[in-house]
Design a protein around this ligand. Structure first.
Ligand code: CA
Length: 243
């Protein structure tokens, strides 16, 4: 899942960035309103973390612009001000949630997962699709209750499909969920990950929609291809995937 982080305090930003990355979020960080405007033109973010006090204005300004333009990406406001008025302003301005600094990283992660869950219209924390189940917090995937070994990128990609199970996702959308703006991405990297997912979960787990992109296969199409993985959990070696 791709997070756009808009925060001007370098220490706070690097802490959030490192923390979210350890939960497999792809994080793009900008520190001004104008850079955020640019970023949103370039990448598709699944969720936005927005500071209020920024060098070129109040984050709420930007939020108002986005909502006016019909951009409905879930937004969590970060604020140092614990005044009731500020929180009310944020929520009335179209924010979906807020956190008061200083906050606990686990709480931020839990709230972002909750926002993504609500955006996808799910009520439970587990994301299920036929025999397939993904635990976004534990970063684990199961087929018929059996743990499946996926690389970090494969898991993120699968999570992106599960987040929009009925949508056709374009190559660009899928790449944005996997990589940050400044990542150097090999042109066939996405195809490689899709190939691996099909090999591990069955060839019909992801359908190719010619000329448009890809879509998650029908729930009944998902099954475990090959023997179940019975080794180390993927979370213990999350950064071995170099693509
Ligand atoms: Ca600030």
């Amino acid at each position: 899942m791709h997070v756009l982080l808009i925060e001007d305090d370098p220490l706070v930003a690097s802490g959030i960035r490192a923390g979210l990355m350890s939960f497999d979020f792809v994080v793009d960080h900008v520190s001004t309103l104008s850079a955020a405007r640019q970023a949103l033109k370039i990448v598709t973010s699944d969720v936005i973390v927005l500071d209020r006090g920024l060098p070129d204005g109040d984050g709420l300004q930007l939020l108002a612009e986005w909502r006016e333009q019909g951009i409905n990406v879930p937004v969590l406001i970060l604020t140092a001000r614990d005044a009731v008025r500020d929180r009310v302003d944020g929520l009335q301005g179209g924010a979906d949630d807020y956190l008061v600094k200083p906050f606990d990283l686990d709480e931020l992660v839990a709230r972002l997962h909750a926002l993504l869950r609500r955006a996808a219209g799910r009520s439970s924390g587990m994301i299920s699709h036929g025999a397939l189940a993904l635990d976004p917090t534990a970063r684990e995937v199961y087929v018929d209750g059996q743990l499946v070994m996926l690389s970090r990128r494969e898991l993120v990609l699968l999570e992106t499909f599960l987040q929009s199970p009925r949508s056709v996702l374009s190559n660009d959308q899928l790449k944005d969920s996997l990589y940050g703006m400044n990542d150097d991405v090999e042109s066939n990297a996405l195809n490689v990950h899709i190939h691996h997912l099909r090999r591990k979960l069955g060839s019909v787990v992801i359908e190719t929609v010619r000329g448009l992109g890809y879509r998650l296969g029908k729930p009944e199409a998902v099954h475990l291809a090959g023997a179940p993985y019975k080794g180390q959990r993927h979370t213990e070696q999350p950064y071995k995937d170099l693509l």
